[in-house]
Design a protein around this ligand. Structure first.
Ligand SMILES: [Fe+2]
Ligand SMILES: [Fe+2]
Length: 465
């Protein structure tokens, strides 16, 4: 690794939320140059203290129900260990022994204080010798992040085709690293999982760009989403990227509060796209001007079609429309890829080439997406139930077995999704279809009394493809 005086120093980080753990872990690695040992429980902190010589303990106590700061402090006192302990949030630990930060403190401030205690100065970091490529522990890299600079993986010596004797040391170093994600691309969960299965422990950035990489990880896309100067198509593209970021990250760490905050920005931006679309055809043209996923395209279309239906229902209100947008955004969150979202019936899934495990995932995705969302406090009331019923099955365990007595919002969703799917599959195979033909298909598929209020409303949707 590299030497800046803090080399070999170990800091214990106690934090159970994966998104915070990753941000803290990367910042401590890059700014202070220490090795970070991650603990989720106090018991793990105690174990690290037994196994290693640790220089400092950093605890974010905000999200723990118990006073973890006090428990660690009591342990240190009992064992007579004099290790600096930094705690963010409330604690009853003695404040002249531990350092307590208000929970609103920013990360830079905390890092500054930790650096001071460890005698790390910006000069020592600057003068430190490090290799051309800086190692970042893969455990602190989350899918869904947008890379501000290229991210590499190290290639094993056997894989380097050209002998290093024939090239300069600089070129030889370059050959040892393979580009994984280029600037501006979103880190994919599948790629990270494959690397972790291959026992890869580090990814690499150009050492000169390491601060840029870490500083950009606070989901800056939410600022971009709110940029009033974005054109209609730029907005569609920016939301597509934010949508992908949320999808990727949710699969790894579930739905964090920060995810919901970004999702709400996205939903707001999606609704403004819809408002600026004079008709469905203009929205489609915007969506097809650039490459984006089926998952995103169908979410945006469902939102558009659902808003049209709800506006024309006698029970429709602004609150219901907002809830519907949330459902349109999150309903397939558990699905890994576009192909999984295109299945319409259970038999299509059974007859597909998907491995058994993935077939199960598709068949149960409504239930599992709802479960994932139900853990989040701030979701709109009842949104998880609509997500569970979004294919018409009360238990969320089938794509085609429609139950009696599902919620009216779920019925709207079924029509909106089917309508969106018909448009997208025709568009993808360059077939033309009009509103009349879609209505005919829908009325033969959903010939149920509870469903007959939606079709007349859909007849008023303007579509010419
Ligand atoms: Fe869907
Ligand atoms: Fe679905």
């Amino acid at each position: 690794m590299y030497n800046n005086g803090s080399m070999n120093k170990k800091i214990i980080l106690l934090e159970h939320r994966p998104d915070y753990r990753a941000i803290y872990g990367l910042n401590l690695t890059v700014y202070i140059g220490v090795e970070v040992l991650v603990a989720i429980t106090v018991r793990e902190v105690v174990k690290y203290l037994e196994d290693y010589e640790c220089t400092l303990i950093f605890i974010d106590a905000k999200s723990y129900v118990i006073d973890v700061g006090l428990e660690v402090f009591n342990h240190l006192s009992k064992k007579n260990l004099h290790i600096p302990c930094f705690i963010v949030g409330q604690t009853k630990a003695l404040q002249d022994v531990v350092t307590v930060f208000d929970s609103k403190i920013d990360l830079k401030n905390i890092l500054h204080n930790i650096a001071k205690v460890l005698n790390v100065t910006s000069m020592s970091m600057y003068q430190a010798k490090h290799p051309k490529y800086f190692p970042l522990p893969i455990e602190f890299i989350l899918p869904g992040w947008e890379c501000a600079c290229p991210l590499y993986k190290k290639v094993s010596v056997e894989q380097v085709a050209v002998s290093s004797e024939q090239v300069s040391p600089e070129q030889a170093a370059d050959q040892n690293y393979e580009l994984l994600f280029d600037t501006g691309s979103v880190i994919l969960n599948d790629t990270l999982e494959a690397l972790e299965c291959g026992d890869i422990k580090y990814l690499y950035v150009d050492a000169k760009l390491r601060l840029k990489f870490v500083n950009s990880l606070t989901m800056q896309i939410s600022a971009k989403l709110n940029d009033p100067n974005l054109t209609y198509t730029e907005k569609i593209l920016t939301v597509a990227k934010a949508y992908q970021m949320i999808q990727e990250q949710s699969r790894r760490i579930g739905i964090a509060e920060s995810t919901i905050a970004l999702a709400n920005e996205c939903i707001k931006a999606m609704n403004s796209i819809i408002e600026f679309s004079p008709d469905l055809n203009s929205l489609l043209q915007g969506l097809y001007q650039q490459d984006s996923s089926y998952l995103y395209r169908h979410s945006l279309l469902i939102n558009y079609i659902g808003a049209h239906i709800i506006k024309n229902m006698n029970w429709g209100s602004r609150e219901q429309q907002e809830k519907f947008s949330f459902v349109a955004f999150f309903h397939d969150i558990i699905l890994n890829n576009d192909e999984m979202a295109k299945f319409r019936t259970d038999s299509e899934v059974y007859n597909s080439k998907l491995p058994e495990e993935q077939k199960k995932l598709v068949l149960n995705h409504a239930l599992d997406s709802a479960k994932l969302l139900s853990k989040v406090k701030s979701i709109p009331f009842g949104a998880d139930t609509i997500i569970k019923q979004h294919h018409g099955n009360k238990n969320g365990k089938s794509l085609s077995d429609i139950s009696l007595g599902i919620s009216p919002m779920a019925i709207v969703f079924i029509f909106a999704e089917e309508y969106a799917h018909i448009i997208l599959s025709n568009k993808d195979s360059s077939r033309e279809i009009d509103n009349y033909a879609i209505i005919r298909m829908l009325s033969s598929k959903y010939n149920l009394p509870a469903f007959n209020k939606v079709l007349p409303v859909l007849k008023t949707l303007k579509l010419t493809v």
